[in-house]
Design a protein around this ligand. Structure first.
Ligand code: TRP
Length: 360
């Protein structure tokens, strides 16, 4: 069986370093591993519209931002089909058939949907489109016969829902859809990178995110004002590592040679942490180190972004090519689905024959 990756993001803002360590970086590694036959990366604009239907302009503006972010981290359009969800009509057709396989109470139990309903004040009245987006996400995944879906842990309930749909479809209509597997980040500190203010999640609305497109000065400002340990007032005070955002980021971003290059007086992160815990290590020093580590990772990304920013028409061409590749694959699956359901009336010769036999 072919090994196929499908993953994606909602275009509701620029991508930040939380996205990067949580999933984007991994995608590039998977792309370069050569282990996968196909890789599809989707800009989920139709899904973004389910809770931004009053602001389609925001979604439209961010399609290009997300595409630029993808290209800047090193996703290669020759190896990856990058496409826009709304342009693949087959996805929406699949959703209609999958809707029959899911109950309202099952959707109501989805923890991600539950917390998003609260977040968006949808409690009183939930738009149907939003409520059904886990079903539409199952279409995204199954349309490409994805075996592997690399996502953050917040997407676990979506994968579970997709797997249930696959199981139910195959049980009722015969083996047709491929069972997808979730692939979570390996590094624990990357599972959910907190915002620079130490708050649970990096988000645009909280103003606590470092964006891939931020310039060097902005990154420095954000790092130097990061939340650390409120009890670590004097340099000589013993400090806490847990809940200290600078150390959480270092856990996520430090590489083997980071100390040698930027802070050679320490051997590794354990030694740095020990000193901080003992006392005598100031926040400015660890922040400067973090800035260097981050900037080293972000500089090439920023440079690549600048070169693509000069050729926006070229970026749209990349997306257009990706859409054509995606449509081809999705059409194949839709045809399989219709055959399995025996509703492919004009392409399935058996249907005509069967009906004729009724009258013979
Ligand atoms: N729900 C994902 C997010 O919020 C985006 C998405 C849409 C997606 N369809 C998908 C991710 C299919 C993986 C697979 O970021």
């Amino acid at each position: 069986m072919e090994k196929i990756i499908l993953t994606g993001d909602r275009p509701t803002g620029r991508l930040h370093i939380g996205h990067y360590v949580g999933s984007l970086k991994r995608r590039v590694e998977l792309q370069n591993s050569g282990e996968f036959d196909r890789i599809f990366v989707m800009i989920a604009d139709a899904q973004a519209l389910t809770d931004n239907f009053e602001d389609p302009e925001k979604v439209r503006q961010n399609i290009i931002e997300v595409a630029l972010d993808y290209l800047s981290i090193g996703l290669d359009p020759d190896k990856v089909s990058m496409f826009i969800q709304s342009q693949i009509a087959e996805l929406h057709e699949l959703t209609v058939y999958y809707m029959n396989l899911v109950t309202v109470s099952r959707l109501q139990r989805n923890p991600t949907v539950k917390s998003e309903i609260q977040l968006r004040n949808f409690e009183a009245s939930i738009p149907v489109g939003f409520f059904c987006y886990p079903i539409s996400q199952a279409s995204d995944i199954t349309a490409f016969k994805a075996t592997t879906v690399p996502v953050g842990e917040d997407q676990e309930p979506m994968l579970e829902q997709a797997r249930e749909i696959v199981h139910k479809f195959n049980t009722i209509y015969g083996d047709t859809l491929v069972m997808p597997e979730i692939m979570l980040p390996e590094n624990k500190s990357c599972l959910r990178l907190p915002g620079t203010d130490g708050k649970a999640k990096m988000s645009k609305s909280l103003g606590n995110a470092i964006y891939l497109a931020d310039d060097e000065k902005t990154v420095k400002q954000k790092v130097m004002s990061m939340y650390t340990d409120p009890l670590h007032i004097q340099v000589s005070d013993p400090g806490h590592i847990e809940g200290n955002t600078v150390f959480t980021y270092l856990d996520a971003f430090c590489k083997e040679d980071s100390f040698e290059r930027f802070l050679p007086e320490y051997k590794d992160l354990t030694e740095l942490k020990d000193h901080y815990k003992r006392g005598g290590l100031g926040d400015v020093k660890i922040k400067k180190f973090l800035f260097n580590v981050l900037n080293d990772e972000l500089s090439p990304i920023r440079e690549r972004r600048h070169s693509y920013e000069k050729d926006i028409a070229g970026v749209y061409d990349i997306l257009k090519k990706g859409c054509m590749e995606a449509r081809e694959k999705a059409a194949e699956t839709l045809s399989d689905v219709k055959k399995a359901m025996k509703i492919d009336y004009f392409n399935d010769k058996d249907i005509v024959m069967e009906q004729q036999e009724k009258y013979n």
